[in-house]
Design a binder for this molecule. Structure first.
Ligand SMILES: Cc1cc2nc3c(=O)[nH]c(=O)nc-3n(C[C@H](O)[C@H](O)[C@H](O)COP(=O)(O)OP(=O)(O)OC[C@H]3O[C@@H](n4cnc5c(N)ncnc54)[C@H](O)[C@@H]3O)c2cc1C
Ligand code: FES
Length: 266
């Protein structure tokens, strides 16, 4: 199903504050966009002071609150560095909500197991908040500062299991370690939802296949237009008689893990 309702708007920053280390939370007022947002969708943001960078940057929509929505972003380059320097009252151009998001679990249905790496947690919050069925959130990062909004997920009533690669918080190792241990319990009726780096998504897809549980993966691909025109963001996806390229910005970013053809994917 394609997202058919999206708007291009100039919006005002309400707040833009540091979370941990190089991560920031940005809240914008967008009364026409906020009510349309579904879990797993993203906003395509043009940082207006960056005159020489015409391309927008995609960010998962983190939280929705009345007529505002927020993103949780990591500063890694030109666009995000410029964004971090903007303050309340400044304007951004956004196209949102974009993309095909997660399927919200049903009450009494499969127990959701969310798996997030780093800023992948941002894509998970609305899903956890709007799911009537609570489950487990497996969150991983390199260091303690890469573990985001652990307490906010716990406050929603979810069981949060933390791993860090350097062992400075939670269990030492990769996020897939406690996930595999949990799936070995062979409890029935679970479904995985994942967002994070491509290596993590591939591992989650393989674990899902081996454990015979279904999984929805939010794919992180470089994007230019964000609205289905330029084909920068395509990934190989299975179809009835083989595979075809589909656009992460429109058919995705969320795909069923069984659809992704990893042998062909970059
Ligand atoms: C659907 C989607 C949702 C996203 N959600 C978030 C989010 O919630 N929070 C967040 O912090 N980031 C998110 N990202 C990644 C974010 O779009 C990039 O970090 C951002 O565009 C970088 O812009 P920049 O100008 O700062 O970096 P640039 O100067 O453009 O690039 C700096 C470095 O970042 C790398 N980079 C650029 N784009 C991406 C990308 N899409 N994924 C991985 N590396 C990239 C470049 O290869 C380069 O090494 C998301 C990406 C997608 C596709
Ligand atoms: S980013 Fe242009 S088609 Fe997806």
């Amino acid at each position: 199903m394609l997202a058919v309702r999206m708007l291009e708007q100039t919006v005002q920053i309400v707040s833009n504050e540091r979370d941990t280390d190089s991560y920031f939370r940005l809240v914008v007022r967008a009364p026409r966009i906020a009510p349309l947002i579904q879990p797993g969708q993203f906003a395509h943001v043009r940082v207006l002071p960056l005159k020489d960078a015409l391309l927008r940057r995609p960010f998962s929509i983190f939280q929705v609150n009345g007529d505002t929505f927020s993103i949780l972003y990591k500063t890694i380059g030109k666009g995000t560095d410029a964004l971090a320097r903007m303050g309340p009252g400044a304007e951004l151009s956004v196209i949102a909500p974009l993309g095909h998001g997660f399927t919200v679990p049903k009450r009494g249905g499969e127990v959701p197991l969310l798996v997030a790496g780093g800023y992948g947690m941002a894509a998970m919050y609305l899903l956890a908040q709007r799911s009537p069925q609570k489950g487990i959130v497996f969150v991983g990062g390199r260091r303690r500062v890469d573990i985001l909004c652990e307490n906010e997920f716990a406050a929603l009533g979810w069981d949060v299991r933390v791993t860090t690669e350097d062992g400075t918080h939670g269990e030492k190792g990769l996020v897939t370690k406690p996930l595999q241990a949990e799936l070995k319990r062979r409890a029935k009726g679970r479904k995985l939802f994942a967002c994070g780096p491509t290596g993590m998504l591939k591992a989650v897809g393989q674990i899902a296949e081996k454990s015979k549980v279904s999984a929805e993966l939010s794919m992180d691909e470089h994007m230019c237009c964000g609205v289905g025109v330029c084909l920068t963001c395509v990934i190989p996806v299975t179809t009835g008689d083989g595979w075809e390229y589909q656009r992460t910005c429109t058919e995705g970013p969320v795909f069923d893990s069984r659809q992704v053809v990893w042998e062909v994917a970059r």
